[in-house]
Design a protein. Structure first.
Length: 256
């Protein structure tokens, strides 16, 4: 029987609800806006900075929530808020993250644990809550974890961040293996060097900026909107046979 589905229809998120953590600004806000443009209702999240501006940009399809994912109770708090408001969640984007820069021999255990809680443990906690709910409802779903180039490389002076993002890549594969039979696809995006407030210091450093651009085949910094298409693909039915993968969006950095 001939398939009459238009391929563009596979990218529609009409009727879906997405939760995007760390979406007060930057890459998370851009992802939330892209999913909303494709038809999803979106729960946006902030901690120190509220995500109200992102919600206002999106409009009536969005609602903003606040929770501390650096706390072991933060994931349950956020999921409960979002589910109570929207009734269900179909797409989870684990974007929230933190970084601590210091020589490895000087990193305090508390700083190490905080980075791991936000970047890795919190990702597992939210994914588990989300999957439990989907499995109970016998509903399909999508998880998109935000990894990093340091899921593959070690970096310098960021041991906890590198460990956490390496863990995110492996967690993505482990959860994909278990939940694929239940209709839940789990993938990750590893962004390269993007022009956001988090990288302003690097962009302003003439030497480091030049070194970075020389390594990127595309010869430019990524812009937040460069991530939207990848996120939409992994959030939509277009990627129903894609799971356990880490998609680099890096201008060619990892291929160099």
């Amino acid at each position: 029987m001939e398939n009459t589905t238009n391929v563009l229809d596979l990218f529609s998120l009409k009727g879906k609800v997405a939760l995007v953590t760390g979406s007060a600004s930057g890459l998370g806000a851009s992802i939330a806006e892209a999913l909303a443009q494709a038809g999803a209702k979106v729960a946006v999240h902030g901690n120190r900075r509220a995500a109200t501006a992102t919600a206002e940009t999106i409009g009536e399809a969005a609602a903003a929530f606040r929770a501390d994912l650096g706390s072991t109770e933060g994931a349950a708090d956020l999921f409960a808020q979002a589910k109570a408001h929207f009734g269900h969640i179909d797409i989870l984007v684990n974007n929230a993250g933190t970084i601590h820069r210091e020589a490895a021999e000087d990193v305090a255990l508390a700083d190490w644990q905080q980075v791991l809680q936000v970047n890795l443990t919190g990702v597992f906690q939210l994914s588990q809550l989300f999957a439990r709910d989907l499995i109970a409802r016998k509903a399909p779903g999508k998880i998109i974890n935000i990894a990093s180039l340091l899921s593959f490389q070690g970096g310098i002076r960021v041991p906890a961040y590198a460990a956490s993002k390496g863990g995110v890549a492996q967690l993505t594969k482990a959860l994909a293996n278990e939940w694929a039979p239940k209709g839940i696809q789990v993938n990750a995006i590893a962004p390269g060097y993007f022009a956001t407030t988090n990288t302003e210091a690097l962009q302003a450093d003439e030497t480091r900026n030049r070194q970075i651009l020389e390594r990127i085949p595309a010869a430019r910094w990524g812009q937040p909107q460069d991530l939207g298409g990848a996120a939409l693909f992994l959030a939509s039915a277009a990627s129903d046979y894609v799971t356990g993968t880490v998609l680099t969006v890096d201008g060619g950095w990892m291929g160099r």
